[in-house]
Every structure is written in structure tokens, then in C-alpha cells.
Design a protein around this ligand. Sequence first.
Ligand SMILES: CC(C)(COP(=O)(O)OP(=O)(O)OC[C@H]1O[C@@H](n2cnc3c(N)ncnc32)[C@H](O)[C@@H]1OP(=O)(O)O)[C@@H](O)C(=O)NCCC(=O)NCCS
Length: 174
Amino acid sequence: MAGSPRAAERFQVRLFREALGAGTSLAIVAENESGPVGFAEVSQDVETPSLRVLARAAVAAMGPVGALRAASRSLARRKVDLSAPQGGLHLVELQVVPDLRNRGVGAFLLACVDEYAVAQNAGHVSLTTATNNPARGLYERNGYRLVDQKTDARYERITGSEGRVLMVKPLGTP
Ligand SMILES: CC(C)(COP(=O)(O)OP(=O)(O)OC[C@H]1O[C@@H](n2cnc3c(N)ncnc32)[C@H](O)[C@@H]1OP(=O)(O)O)[C@@H](O)C(=O)NCCC(=O)NCCS
């Protein structure tokens, strides 16, 4: 959507900073003796950021022309947007440093997210991801179930993924 992996990373970092600064997101960070090795970004606000916030982050990450091109591509993304159910915690992002993947850090972070969600009296944890994301296996093993899916041909041409899925993990009665 952003035009290149570097631009996408800059865009995500901007949005993440913005959300942390505004207090709409919280980061749970996993560390080892050398420092941070991964994080989970969670939010109680399941709405996507406002157009103003998105536009500002896009211009900062991609420049005005890149932001305009990304805005056009984002129409395809809108076709596969899925609304998370209210009353829960939303897992916005999960990342582990490449060198330390497949050692259980992701599962550990998901357990921390559950613990935080229960402490917040959330009824469930939700997330959306690309249909072809290999992380879906990790989410399923940790109790997330597929509840909705949307596909779009243009989105697939741009991203290589057929579409997006909404997965939800119920946490029992709050
Ligand atoms: C997804 C991610 C956080 C998992 O962290 P992790 O510490 O490797 O997780 P664990 O060791 O607990 O579990 C490994 C599982 O991660 C998933 N995984 C492995 N490589 C992956 C990759 N390159 N991208 C996404 N998921 C991957 C798989 O489900 C794997 O288990 P499986 O192959 O047995 O099914 C990590 O791979 C990552 O940062 N990927 C890139 C960012 C990403 O895709 N985040 C999810 C966005 S919704």
C-alpha cells in the first residue's frame, strides 16, 4: 500500500508513535538481557485512525506524491477492511525481531495480551491480518478463531494477499 517496504515501515512507525502519544494504544514489550525483542500493540479503540492522522503520517513517511499514490491504493484496502466487535481489546500489531523468531516470543506476547485484556475486563481479543499471513497458525494455536474474511482482486494485485481476515479470541464472561 505504501509503495515500498521501507515506506510502509516509516508509515507504521509514525502511526504507532501517534497512537502511543495520544494514549489510544499501549505497547507490551518483551525484553531479553540485550534489550527489546518484540512487542504487541493493543488498543481499546477499534476504529481506524482519523483521516487527518493517516494523511499526516503518510506525507511524513512517503512525501506528498507518495502519499497521494498510497491514498489511491488505500481504496483497495478499504474493500477488505473488517470491523472488530466492540467490548474487547484489539491487537493492532505483533512483531518479534527476525533473529529471535520461532522461539516462543510471539506466543509469550499473546499470553501477556490475554492477561492485560482480562485485567481490563475485556470480553475478547480481536485482530485482523492478511489472509496469507503465516502468523495465522500462531493465532489459531493460541485460541483465535476466524470470524470474517474479505477478499478483493485489486488488493491482491497490490499486496499479493487475497484479502484480510478477522480473528477473535473469546475470554469468557467479563
Ligand atoms: C508473527 C511473529 C510475531 C511470531 O513471533 P514468534 O516469536 O516467531 O512466534 P512463536 O515462536 O511463538 O511462534 C512461531 C509461529 O510464528 C508464525 N511465523 C513464523 N514465521 C513467520 C513469519 N515470517 N511471519 C509471520 N508469522 C510467522 C508461525 O505461525 C510460527 O509457527 P508455525 O510455523 O509452527 O505455525 C513473528 O514471526 C513476526 O514478527 N513476524 C513479522 C510480523 C508479522 O507478521 N506480525 C503479525 C502481523 S498480524
